[in-house]
Design a protein around this ligand. Structure first.
Ligand SMILES: Nc1ncnc2c1ncn2[C@@H]1O[C@H](COP(=O)(O)OP(=O)(O)OP(=O)(O)O)[C@@H](O)[C@H]1O
Ligand SMILES: [Mg+2]
Length: 331
């Protein structure tokens, strides 16, 4: 194997230019305009994991500063255990000197801002104000609602979305062509489902699948993602809905063991499949309610197998009757 085999694909295929970023069109368009004018407000990037927040901030740095980007771009993690104080010291050191080159400011990228307490965010806000002349901040978080209003009002807020199916497929095609691997249509679909639009997850699963086989199949994708195939889950639910508890229980346990699924993993796959069952809607609603109860118990630390058996029992029961059953039986 050559050396390139060992590079992590999320880094190897991290977009270097605006045009390489998939999806997020509106955001990319507006940010590109800031960069072209060499003038930029503070930015707040919010959105789920692996959708291009860090990537876009790196592209901004590359495009604005070109070869001097390392001198003008500082990346910090707000959730660093040493907390906001170290952030302030580092910002102060970095912001003390003027930007090199023709852009009149430097950029500080602060990741995971929603991990900061409200007090720490107040301190960050003062830091942002103190250095506005020499620095622009790009803040990144999962939920903008966790960021205090005074910071939000100082930033242009961009909300990133999970990547859509066609964007995920495009990325798969590009990587597969470059790596000379084949992916069946079903495997592509599976990659989209297990990634949930998270491109980091997608690329990691694709890379581990490619290490196993050069013709990637649906089965490998699900097993590497520690997920059951949706068809298998549907099969179990259909059996449970006929009232065959023993058979449904047996299949569930062996599927959980085969795929290394935790109780919560299994439950999260069951829940979306319930709606596809061929039974009355009212029964489905009761089952979905039951999933909520079981999920709560699992999160609280109940025994996984007992809870999953209770779930299967509930589904068997509810498919016959409606209105009497809860996770705890008759009420
Ligand atoms: N929109 C995108 N287009 C193409 N590739 C992407 C995109 N978003 C993410 N990627 C790929 O996924 C990897 C991880 O993305 P990135 O670091 O930007 O995620 P993030 O949004 O900052 O997530 P987190 O909240 O976990 O920090 C990138 O290195 C890149 O390979
Ligand atoms: Mg990031």
């Amino acid at each position: 194997m050559d050396e390139a085999t060992y590079t992590i694909w999320t880094e190897k295929y991290r977009p270097k230019h605006f045009k390489d970023i998939r999806g997020q069109e509106e955001i990319v368009k507006r940010v590109k305009a800031f960069v072209e004018q060499k003038n930029m407000p503070h930015l707040l990037f919010a959105g789920p994991a692996g959708v291009g927040k860090s990537t876009l901030s790196l592209v901004i740095a590359h495009e604005l500063f070109k070869e001097t980007w390392r001198d003008n771009f500082l990346e910090l993690n707000a959730s660093d255990e040493r907390g906001i104080d170290i952030v302030r010291v580092k910002v102060k050191d970095f912001a003390r000197t003027k930007a090199i080159g023709e852009v009149p400011f430097k950029i500080i990228f602060l990741d995971e801002c929603d991990a900061l307490t409200r007090e720490a965010q107040q301190a960050l806000r003062r830091t942002m104000e103190n250095y506005t002349k020499t620095c622009r901040f790009v803040l990144s978080c999962n939920f903008s609602s966790k960021i205090i209003d005074p910071i939000q009002s100082r930033c242009v807020v961009f909300k990133f979305k999970p990547l859509k199916k066609e964007e995920v497929f495009k990325i798969i095609d590009i990587i597969c062509a470059a790596e000379s691997i084949n992916v069946s249509e079903k495997a592509k679909e599976a990659l989209f489902v297990v990634s949930g639009g998270d491109c980091r997850k997608l690329e990691n699963i694709l890379q581990s699948s490619a290490a196993v086989e050069s013709d990637i199949t649906e089965k490998t994708v699900y097993s590497l993602a520690s997920q059951a195939r949706p068809a298998e889950v549907q099969d179990i639910l259909t059996i449970a809905a006929t009232g065959n508890f023993v058979e449904a229980r047996k299949k569930t346990l062996s599927m959980m063991l085969d795929n290394g699924l935790s109780g919560l993993d299994f439950l999260k796959q069951v829940q979306p499949e319930i709606w596809k069952l061929n039974i009355e809607n009212l029964k489905k609603l009761e089952m979905i309610k039951l999933c909520g109860e079981i999920e709560f118990r699992l999160v609280e630390g109940s025994d996984e197998f007992i809870q999953i058996e209770a779930l299967i029992a509930g589904i068997c029961y509810l498919s016959k009757e409606v209105g009497h059953a809860t996770a705890s039986g008759h009420k």
